[in-house]
Design a protein around this ligand. Sequence first.
Ligand code: NAI
Ligand code: MG
Length: 345
Amino acid sequence: MTRIAVIPGDGIGTEVITEARKVLDVALPGHEATEYDLGAARYHRTGEILPGSVQDEIDGHDAILLGAVGDPTVPPGVLERGLLLKLRFDFDQYVNLRPSRLWPGTNGPLADVKPGEIDLVVVREGTEGLYAGAGGSLHRGSPAEIATEESLNTRYGTERVIRDAFQRALRRDRRHVTCVHKANVLSHAGDLWRRCFEEVAAEFPDVTTEYQHVDAAAMYLVTRPQDFDVIVTDNLFGDILTDIAAAVTGGIGLAASGCVNPDHSHPSMFEPVHGSAPDIAGRGVADPVAAILSTSMLLEHLGHGEAATAVGRAVADELAGRTPGESRNTSAVGDRVAARVSELL
Ligand code: NAI
Ligand code: MG
């Protein structure tokens, strides 16, 4: 039996996860879901972020579905480092997968790009780089204060994420991988990334390749996003580029992601890219599509390809029927998508 750990989290995290679970119930009947109360609310109530015993329990599941954690009342970094990054690092979720499509029925901000023309996926390194937490500060608060933040790049970590990107490209129509870094200035890490990229590329003669500096890639994501297929990049660059990719494809309410452990040695975690959106929380207007598409990625990862495709189709139908600018009812969207999935399966 498939066991899913569910972390609804805070704010609209709980609202969109309710809808994602409606869809999961239909797409994967008979699975067992365990809800975990983690996030800002628990932190305020008990001071706990991620107790070790809870982490061990979550580790016993096949996958994690997460809404969003965070609230402006929690100091920055506490939940990000103590919960999200801790799970990504400890569960070796080294592939941070963020697809972006401009779906028919949705409005992007780019005048020249038509629905259906953008279909890219960013394979962002998830366990190293500037997010490794290597650094420190000295003389804090004094004029002599020093702060360092080091980017850690191992050959092992770089090579495995690049190989994953090529394997994904092989399963896509265009079979093209763009490596993004800043090798002209970050010459140590950039040199390792470029050499690994060239070496792994040699193993995949059917995949075409390209290298771009991150600043150019940021520009091209806006000027000609249609040209991208798979982008592989380091942790920080991937974080920034995926926000641009989400913006040019109709916004944060549609952006899904997976923190994937391709080796299945620990559970992978699937979550919408957005946060807890305190500005709209509790009003029932959050778009659950990002959470539902994250559920589709979860199904795909666990080998339920048919169910994953059905969820993707149901979302496509939902979006095609939308009038841009119209306000949304969170639970009505979940009901419609779940009903469509049950028709398709
Ligand atoms: P946010 O993503 O929560 O909200 C940004 C804007 O997008 C807001 O105007 C919000 O109303 C809108 N929005 C987000 N998701 C939406 C949806 N599904 N439907 C419609 N509109 C949506 O980012 P923000 O405001 O910077 O962060 C709020 C809290 O969430 C913070 O505490 C932050 O730390 C946390 N956060 C957590 C993340 C996670 O759990 N992975 C990711 C990003 C932020
Ligand atoms: Mg981000």
